[in-house]
Design a protein around this ligand. Structure first.
Ligand SMILES: Cc1cc2nc3c(=O)[nH]c(=O)nc-3n(C[C@H](O)[C@H](O)[C@H](O)COP(=O)(O)OP(=O)(O)OC[C@H]3O[C@@H](n4cnc5c(N)ncnc54)[C@H](O)[C@@H]3O)c2cc1C
Length: 396
């Protein structure tokens, strides 16, 4: 009987995995024994990292998105609909349109949702660049501010050892902002402060989650006259007085507050009843090696929806996708899921407009940052401008 594999989510994780599944299982797909379906609730695929550049006036909307269907191999059935119910026990999806889909294997790659409303006053008074429209709004502010104080902060999920989305983005933005304000000729009149929370993660009281990267930051900030503050965990914001209050009992005034917002899983995942994450964050309990949903051999989780101690990044999806494809192929062909994900995350950090650092790390080893170079920046730009779409198509 024909086996159905459903991938939910037309972001980077789901798109590359649907394409990679067809490549991996091509003999079965071409004989009509396996059907691959991708379900997404948007006709568009957004290149999310580019939202950071939108905050600096770059990228029109059409430069950072493609029609979802155009990124998929022709063998994939693309369904534009929303999953409202994950019924893992019955291997069934309940859709917004009213139909249901049964599956033999499922991949969940539904991402996460920025949720500033989870911190009192942040929605009203804060800015961020993790979605298109907020990034555009931030651009309007930073391109007109003449003097004052910009305070940058990072919020982590409450779930222990689960990081925020894209670990480098707040740091990258701080460096880009410094350059941007210098080009505008207003940097001397604007105090720039980068802060980092007291987190329950690996290193306390640091400026970054990983030790090696944290250690290189003070000299980098000092050279640019960027002030920095450790142990500032945003607890609430007073929008009237423009003051940010920390859980540690401190307060900071601002003219612009750029805050990495709290994040959570999408509603259908939150409501699936499977997550044990605190604070209703919804991360799915994921086997750190096989990437199977705990307790469900035929369900795999990837990308921003996992509860793993690795970056919520496209660079994680890139390493998770082949493992999931190997494990689904293994289960289909000989009943075993033997491929292991070792926590590999790869990225190139943009350390200013013309400098970049390639980084990689895994469960065992932290990233070893090297000096920022122009070649690193070219890697970033090449990825931003074109290579990303090849990765999504499963070609790189
Ligand atoms: C500003 C910014 C900068 C970043 N920089 C980097 C970087 O430099 N390097 C890096 O590696 N990563 C970076 N990231 C992170 C990266 O974009 C994400 O980690 C990645 O997109 C996660 O992929 P995903 O497939 O898990 O989810 P997403 O890409 O978010 O895709 C989720 C998909 O699921 C769909 N969906 C959601 N719910 C449902 C539902 N109920 N039914 C059907 N479909 C649904 C959505 O429409 C979407 O298509 C950055 C992110 C941002 C926002």
């Amino acid at each position: 009987m024909i086996k159905t594999i459903i991938v939910v989510g037309g972001g980077i994780g789901g798109t590359m995995t649907a394409n990679n599944l067809v490549s991996k299982l091509y003999p079965e797909v071409s004989r009509g024994e396996v059907r691959v379906m991708l379900i997404s609730n948007s006709p568009w695929h957004y290149y999310k990292p580019a939202f950071m550049y939108v905050a600096f006036g770059a990228y029109a909307k059409n430069d950072l998105r493609r029609q979802q269907a155009s990124l998929l191999r022709p063998e994939i059935d693309f369904v534009l609909d929303q999953v409202d119910g994950f019924e893992f026990k019955n291997s069934c999806l309940k859709m917004r349109s009213g139909v249901s889909y049964d599956y033999d294997y499922l991949v969940v790659s539904t991402g996460c949702i920025p949720s500033p409303e989870r911190i009192e006053g942040l929605q009203e008074a804060g800015d961020h660049f993790y979605q298109h429209d907020p990034a555009r709004k931030l651009y309007e502010k930073i391109s007109t501010i003449e003097k004052g104080r910009i305070f940058i902060g990072v919020t982590f999920p409450t779930t222990p050892n689960v990081p925020h989305q894209c670990g480098m983005a707040p740091l990258e933005t701080t460096l880009l902002l410094d350059e941007f304000l210098r080009k505008r000729g207003v940097r001397e009149q604007i105090e720039l402060v980068y802060s980092y929370p007291s987190v329950a993660q690996l290193h306390q009281n640091a400026l970054f989650l990983q030790k090696n990267t944290a250690e290189m930051l003070p000299s980098m900030f000092d050279a640019r006259d960027i002030r920095y503050k450790r142990s500032f965990t945003l607890a609430s914001v007073d929008p009237e007085r423009k003051i940010a209050f920390s859980a540690e009992g401190e307060e900071e005034n601002f003219d612009i507050l750029i805050q990495t917002p709290p994040i959570r899983a999408v509603d259908a995942v939150l409501n699936s009843g499977v997550s044990q994450a605190p604070n209703n964050e919804g991360w799915l309990p994921t086997d750190r090696y096989s990437l199977q949903l705990e307790g469900f051999e035929n369900v795999f989780v990837m990308g921003d929806t996992v509860d793993l101690p690795i970056g919520k990044a496209g660079g994680s999806c890139h390493s998770q996708s082949p493992v999931i494809c190997d494990n689904i192929a293994g289960l289909l062909r000989w009943g075993k899921a033997e491929a292991r994900y070792e926590g590999l995350v790869q990225a190139v950090a943009q350390m200013g407009m013309d400098a970049g650092i390639p980084l990689w790390y895994n469960y065992e080893q932290e990233a070893m940052p090297s000096p920022a170079t122009k070649i690193g920046s070219l890697m970033c730009k090449g990825f931003n401008r074109g290579l990303y779409w090849s990765v999504a198509r499963g070609l790189a």
